[in-house]
Write a protein that binds this ligand. Structure first.
Ligand code: AMP
Ligand code: ZN
Length: 444
């Protein structure tokens, strides 16, 4: 088995934990230089001497997105501005953005984590890597760019959009690896079809790296079938650099979370106490190798679990399960809690269903309504009304069995649903506002 950093990636657990404890102490010491942590920790009498082991982390308070927003822009910065060299920011559609600052060390450490991640998924310096991602404040562009360069792959900074051009680039330069969001790959495949091309025959593609938005295992399998290659899951968030936090290795059985750079915890989102072994909860992350802006016990809102047991690849860094949703994605309809991924899981295992859907919540005469608009698969989109009706009933039944609420299912033709430029929008909640969208995680 090949590793990017053999020693670090296979550290025995006790050595890894000692390493983490040391870095955690340094992190707390650095954080005290920021106005916000400095004041908050002083108020609570927290000093670096309190941190002797990884377990001591639990005595420290959480950091939330609201904290970052409330102290925007410089409240968590630990270094003078002249020592910082880049910022990335994640701007919601409303409200104050969050911003993360990096110094040179932070950028080098991040690039190395992305290189390590890509290597674990099987990317090598002989690959031609096309990064189909916004190159701006969004971290997927520059994050993968520098990571792939660090790895030594020939990197095409393709940016997002313009599918015909993407396909031309792939064919001109013999792209072997693509990174993008899964919802875009579906669109890209449709453009291959329009051009009478088949990526399995007409490109040199051998790997896909997909991430930045929630998707189910069934969606992954569909994407793999469309392109005839394996797709590896990439997880990250701008508050923790961006990509390179957790990544699937070639075993494709969970995402190794790089524990020399982050301490992961999984907590019950209500009680904030730890969940039992292998149970789902909210992922909380602490940076261990960031100098300009360390963040301690950040509540990601992403729901996952630790996968118990060792990975066949031999890496000792624990694996998290694919993100099941975000605690703030959950919507309540007719009193029932529902995650969009539950609906996606049902839809994507039905072959007649296409690759896109939209959940629309509304209130009619004071009652919640749940409409699921489902794009049909092009091959199933025929004029056979009886078959369509039968399919609609089947989807309705299967969703009801999963979420215990009966949806109104509307079948629409392939390509009929709106396609945002960035991350997919799965839910439109019209109950309280005039057409505003919930669940918008911005990217580019
Ligand atoms: P941003 O900071 O704008 O890059 O958004 C980060 C968020 O995107 C994370 O907190 C997750 O909710 C989501 N995300 C990123 N990668 C994945 C992934 N592989 N699977 C599911 N959700 C993801
Ligand atoms: Zn592994």
């Amino acid at each position: 088995m090949d590793y990017w950093e053999p020693e670090l990636e296979t550290l025995p657990r006790d050595t890894l934990e000692r390493f983490q404890a040391r870095r955690l102490g340094q992190t707390v010491e650095r954080a005290l230089n920021s106005p916000w942590y400095g004041e908050a920790y002083a108020r609570q009498g927290i000093t670096p001497d309190d941190i002797r082991s990884v377990d001591d982390l639990r005595t420290l308070p959480f950091t939330t997105k609201d904290d970052l927003r409330a102290h925007f822009p410089y409240g968590l910065l630990c270094l003078p501005l002249r020592e910082t060299v880049r910022l990335h920011s994640s701007s919601g559609t409303t409200g104050t953005p969050t911003v993360i600052f990096h110094n040179r060390h932070d950028l080098a450490s991040w690039a190395n984590l992305v290189a390590r991640s890509m290597f674990a998924a099987g990317v090598r310096d002989t690959d031609v890597f096309q990064n189909i991602c916004g190159y701006g404040l969004f971290t997927g562009g520059l994050g993968f760019q520098y990571g792939a360069e660090r790895l030594g792959a020939l990197t095409i900074p393709a940016g997002s959009g313009n599918s015909r051009r993407q396909i031309k680039l792939m064919r001109d330069y013999g792209t072997t690896v693509i990174h993008t969001i899964p919802s875009y790959l579906v669109r890209l495949r449709a453009v291959f079809d329009e051009l009478g091309l088949d990526p399995r025959r007409d490109t040199r593609l051998r790997l896909l790296l997909i991430g930045a938005e929630p998707h189910t295992e069934a969606t992954r399998r569909r994407v793999q079938d469309m392109f005839g290659v394996k797709a590896y899951n990439s997880y990250g968030l701008s508050e923790m650099n961006g990509p390179g936090v957790a990544f699937e290795c070639e075993a494709q059985s969970g995402l190794h979370l790089w524990e020399d750079a982050f301490i992961p915890e999984i907590v019950d989102p209500e009680t904030l106490g730890p969940v039992g072994p292998g149970e789902f909860g909210e992922l909380v992350l602490t940076t261990l190798d960031r100098e300009a802006m360390p963040i301690i016990r950040y509540r990601t809102r992403d729901l996952t679990r630790f996968i118990p047991g060792p990975c066949p690849c031999g890496r000792t860094h624990r694996r998290i399960d694919r993100i099941a949703g975000r605690s703030d994605d959950m919507f309540i309809v007719k009193g029932v809690n529902v995650f969009p991924m539950q609906i996606e899981a049902v839809l994507m295992r039905i072959p007649e269903v296409g690759h896109d859907y939209l959940i629309v919540l509304d209130r009619v005469h004071g009652l919640d309504t749940l409409v699921v608009r489902v794009e049909m698969h092009p091959e199933s989109f025929t004029g056979d009304f009886a078959a369509l009706e039968e399919l609609r009933d089947r989807i309705t039944r299967e969703i009801r069995d999963e979420i215990l609420v009966t949806p109104k299912v509307e079948l629409v033709e392939p390509g009929a649903l709106p396609k945002p430029e960035g991350k997919a929008v799965r839910v439109r909640d019209r109950r309280n506002e005039t057409g505003a969208e919930a669940n918008v995680t911005p990217g580019e």
